[in-house]
Design a protein around this ligand. Structure first.
Ligand SMILES: *[C@@H]1O[C@H](CO)[C@@H](O)[C@H](O)[C@H]1NC(C)=O
Ligand SMILES: *[C@@H]1O[C@H](CO)[C@@H](O)[C@H](O)[C@H]1NC(C)=O
Ligand SMILES: *[C@@H]1O[C@H](CO)[C@@H](O)[C@H](O)[C@H]1NC(C)=O
Ligand SMILES: *[C@@H]1O[C@H](CO)[C@@H](O)[C@H](O)[C@H]1NC(C)=O
Ligand SMILES: *[C@@H]1O[C@H](CO)[C@@H](O)[C@H](O)[C@H]1NC(C)=O
Ligand SMILES: *[C@@H]1O[C@H](CO)[C@@H](O)[C@H](O)[C@H]1NC(C)=O
Ligand SMILES: *[C@@H]1O[C@H](CO)[C@@H](O)[C@H](O)[C@H]1NC(C)=O
Ligand SMILES: *[C@@H]1O[C@H](CO)[C@@H](O)[C@H](O)[C@H]1NC(C)=O
Ligand SMILES: *[C@@H]1O[C@H](CO)[C@@H](O)[C@H](O)[C@H]1NC(C)=O
Ligand SMILES: *[C@@H]1O[C@H](CO)[C@@H](O)[C@H](O)[C@H]1NC(C)=O
Length: 453
């Protein structure tokens, strides 16, 4: 009876504390700061900015930050705090995930890695950490350490991090693949509910679904793919959210990863246009000429050797501003006069085609970001996280998705990732934003105590 009373009061308190706005998040790439300085970030439109990247090292006791990041990160945190925005740090990334597997590979290493990450949090006064492990028990760039137990070791590590006095107060997130991380059997996990108790949220990286390594061109960031030809259903917001929710991740702990960039392909006119005189693109999955690939905008990396020492070709990526600068589209993302165009009704994303150099680009614009915002709202997701803040132009995409979601709307009343009433410098700082440390944990902890008593 007493326990029930305590429980109902707790639930009431919990419900009262759960008015939580849209989580409007973006990654800030430190390596683009020369072109996109911290002063250009529209801080007031975000609840969190996530600095990219610290990378894993062979030594579980250390993470790597470039000298330039060591200088910039304190300014990033200071500006975020001055704007009441959560300052998180992303660890890993495509090129920085080599040693996650060993860092969480044994009980002793997990304890050491908790110490490593919490020391970094304290040193830089961070409010959060974003684990961008690409990928647990699935090879990413080519030379990552990997173990069949990666996913369960990752969970054990996060649980230990939550037990830590510093770790317990953090906003903890993870950037994920479109399918739940592979379990010991090498197949997508069917139960990720354990992660929902320790992570504030995940961000599904619903982009690069098609790129120049794919067998043919396709949408970079499809909203839907269940309507695509059967061989081309390789991931989308619809299917990835379904997959994560089916595996036990609550929808309101899912942020949709959205892309302020597109992928380009060199495609002959006859493969994409209705006729020579037409500007109608007819094929969302045309073959392309991989050998003729050219650089995207000035942020696109030239071909070179990756961290594994493997040759990596041109990716042909254009940021949103790069597409405007390159003369493909107008500010709002509509095609320049005479350019081919398609708003693909299945992926609900646009394509633009430049006849003069046979370049097809799959990208996102005002319309597709608004539809993604509608999807987030209609499915009770926790918000979005955009790669990357500096890819947008004059907040065109950001404003579109925010207004579709409804600005600082509230999310559902059983949001488990809202703060418990503990106060620390960071939780009071975030009180106005109702940012997270998982309140669910404190409730289950107290319940466990009451069941025992
Ligand atoms: C940050 O929050 C504090 C306390 O709620 C408030 O006084 C201040 O104006 C806020 N600053 C910004 C930039 O929103
Ligand atoms: C623990 O970390 C060290 C590096 O600090 C690594 O050499 C070792 O292989 C790791 N252990 C496991 C079981 O992954
Ligand atoms: C990349 O390099 C690693 C060794 O550093 C190798 O094992 C791997 O197979 C290479 N190739 C690819 C495509 O990743
Ligand atoms: C995975 O963990 C189990 C114990 O849970 C252990 O027996 C097994 O050796 C581990 N596998 C690898 C590849 O480390
Ligand atoms: C799981 O592994 C399979 C290959 O066994 C791979 O195709 C798939 O992409 C992996 N999934 C994730 C989420 O890493
Ligand atoms: C996705 O496509 C299916 C048809 O395959 C359709 O029934 C569904 O409504 C679409 N979902 C969205 C969010 O567009
Ligand atoms: C399309 O027409 C232009 C002239 O208007 C010509 O230069 C070009 O070769 C034609 N392309 C094809 C595929 O017929
Ligand atoms: C483009 O397609 C639309 C229908 O989607 C059609 O009405 C229009 O005539 C086409 N334009 C050309 C130039 O083929
Ligand atoms: C493609 O053509 C446009 C002009 O239509 C030009 O601005 C752009 O630089 C060209 N891109 C490449 C890679 O040749
Ligand atoms: C950027 O947006 C602001 C406000 O929406 C507008 O006043 C301004 O003209 C825009 N700049 C450009 C280059 O379009």
């Amino acid at each position: 009876m007493l326990a029930a009373l305590i429980l109902s009061n707790l639930l009431l308190l919990h419900a009262a504390a759960t008015t939580s706005p849209l989580r409007s998040v973006a990654w800030y790439a430190g390596y683009h700061s020369a072109d996109f300085p911290l002063s250009q970030v529209s801080w007031s439109k975000y609840t969190q900015l996530t600095y990219a990247f610290a990378t894993t090292t062979p030594d579980v006791n250390s993470l790597f930050l470039a000298d330039s990041d060591e200088q910039l990160l304190p300014q990033f945190v200071q500006m975020a705090h001055a704007n009441n925005v959560t300052a998180s740090l992303a660890i890993g990334g495509w090129g920085g995930s080599q040693y996650f597997s060993t860092a969480v590979g044994s009980s002793a290493n997990r304890t050491a890695f908790v110490k490593t990450v919490t020391e970094l949090v304290t040193q830089y006064d961070l409010d959060g950490l974003d684990f961008d492990w690409e990928y647990p028990n699935f090879q990413g760039i080519g030379c990552n350490t990997i173990n069949s137990n990666d996913t369960e070791n990752f969970l054990s590590f996060l649980q230990e991090l939550r037990q830590d006095s510093t770790g317990s107060k953090l906003v903890l997130s993870a950037a994920t693949s479109v399918l739940p991380w592979n379990g010991t059997n090498g197949l997508p996990s069917t139960d990720v509910s354990g992660f929902s108790s320790v992570l504030s949220w995940i961000e599904i990286m619903n982009y690069d679904i098609w790129d120049v390594l794919s067998p043919h061109a396709g949408p970079n960031s499809p909203l839907n793919d269940t309507c695509a030809p059967s061989g081309d259903q390789t991931g989308s917001a619809v299917s990835s959210v379904n997959a994560w929710v089916a595996a036990g991740m609550p929808a309101n702990q899912i942020l949709l990863g959205v892309a302020a960039y597109g992928h380009s392909y060199v495609v002959p006119e006859s493969s994409v246009l209705q006729s020579n005189s037409s500007t109608n693109i007819t094929n969302a999955f045309p073959p392309f000429n991989a050998g003729a690939e050219h650089l995207g905008d000035s942020w696109d990396s030239p071909a070179g050797f990756d961290v594994c020492g493997n040759f990596s070709g041109i990716t042909g990526v254009y940021t949103y501003w790069g597409l405007v600068d390159g003369g493909y589209i107008d500010m709002d993302g509509s095609p320049q006069n005479g350019f081919g165009y398609l708003f693909d009704t299945c992926s609900q994303t646009p394509y633009v085609y430049d006849k003069s150099n046979q370049t097809l680009v799959s990208y996102d614009n005002v319309q597709s970001f608004a539809l993604k915002g509608d999807f987030i709202k209609n499915n009770g997701l926790g918000g979005f996280s955009m790669w990357e803040a500096g890819g947008d132009l004059n907040d065109t995409l950001l404003d579109s998705i925010r207004s579709a979601i409804g600005g600082s709307s509230t999310t559902s009343s059983n949001d488990p990732s809202t703060p418990s009433s503990t106060s620390s410098s960071s939780s009071s700082r975030n009180a106005a934003m109702m940012m997270t440390s998982p309140g669910m944990i404190s409730i289950t902890t107290i319940l466990a105590i009451c069941v025992d008593c």
